[in-house]
Design a protein around this ligand. Structure first.
Ligand SMILES: [Fe+2]
Length: 291
């Protein structure tokens, strides 16, 4: 008999992100998925209080954190993976196509220290690769579209889907970041929705759909196929691409896009310190041509 993972969710309201602590009941080994570093953009202040909450829960449960897993290079929060690694010795894993994301953003941020070979991370996962969290087997599913490198982690009857699907009443992730592709996103979503109907899907974000008062981050394949406002059964690829493209054209940049990308392509590390010992995040200025 397969025993499923224990799952604890930690919702970060400022960034609407869910961090998961996933553990194997048999061995007590655990993974932290999509850890959030607290970051105040106006002041540049960084804090680890949210990460401390996750690690305290791990300690209370007698768990050994062996992985810090990213579903993708996030554009809305700074990764706390290095702090998880520092405190526990966990290895930082992400999909192997992170190299493409690094290649795209390295010139934009003049990030010469990023080698764009994925070596900032400890482990790069290929599509279909399997690894363990104790006795739990994790299957990596490459689910690109939101970014080229998105992966979902399937553990027993649970899948951590990153930014592909949101709650059925909210829809799907945007696909307009550099390297994003609405058609790919549709195909990745169909791949997830081909899993057994009772499969539990754990989301990376929730924003409360209009009319809903509580944050939610767990749904099922069945629920998505029946009621997703964007991808219920019967929505064709072309119809989805049209909807997604039109909707993305109305969305503004996430508040933490620029700091997040610079840190997250470095596996959560800040850019190398300048001669004065201080690390800086940069803003590429884009003058309007004309006038
Ligand atoms: Fe994202």
């Amino acid at each position: 008999m397969t025993i499923g993972p224990n799952i604890q969710a930690f919702f970060d309201e400022p960034t609407h992100t869910v961090t998961y602590l996933v553990s194997d009941p048999a061995t007590g080994q655990a993974a932290v998925i999509d850890p959030v570093l607290d970051y105040d953009h106006p002041s540049g202040e960084v804090d680890t209080r949210s990460l401390a909450t996750v690690l305290a829960a791990a300690e209370a449960g007698g768990l050994t954190v062996v992985w810090a897993l990213e579903t993708h290079v996030h554009a809305d929060h700074l990764s706390g993976a290095p702090y998880i690694k520092l405190r526990t010795g966990a290895a930082i894993g992400i999909g192997e196509h992170v190299r493409d994301v690094q290649r795209i953003f390295r010139p934009i941020f003049n990030a010469e220290d990023v080698k764009a070979d994925g070596s900032d991370f400890d482990k790069l996962f290929a599509d279909g690769e399997r690894f363990g969290i104790g006795a739990l087997e994790v299957e990596v599913l490459h689910t690109p579209g939101h970014t080229p490198a998105d992966v979902s982690y399937r553990i027993g009857d649970a899948v951590f889907v990153g930014d592909t699907l949101f709650m059925p009443d909210y829809g799907t992730a945007r696909a307009d970041f550099p390297g994003g592709d609405a058609r790919q996103l549709y195909r990745s979503i169909r791949k997830l929705l081909d899993l057994p109907p009772e499969t539990r899907l754990f989301l990376c974000h929730d924003y409360k759909a209009p009319g809903r008062d509580a944050y939610c981050w767990e749904t099922t394949v069945q629920d998505q196929r029946k009621t997703s406002v964007h991808v219920h059964d019967g929505v064709t690829e072309d119809a989805f691409v049209k909807m997604r493209t039109e909707r993305d054209a109305t969305l503004s940049a996430p508040a933490l896009l620029i700091p997040s990308i610079q840190v997250n392509i470095r596996a959560g590390k800040f850019p190398p310190a300048e001669a004065n010992g201080v690390s800086y995040l940069m803003i590429p200025v884009k003058p309007k041509v004309g006038d």
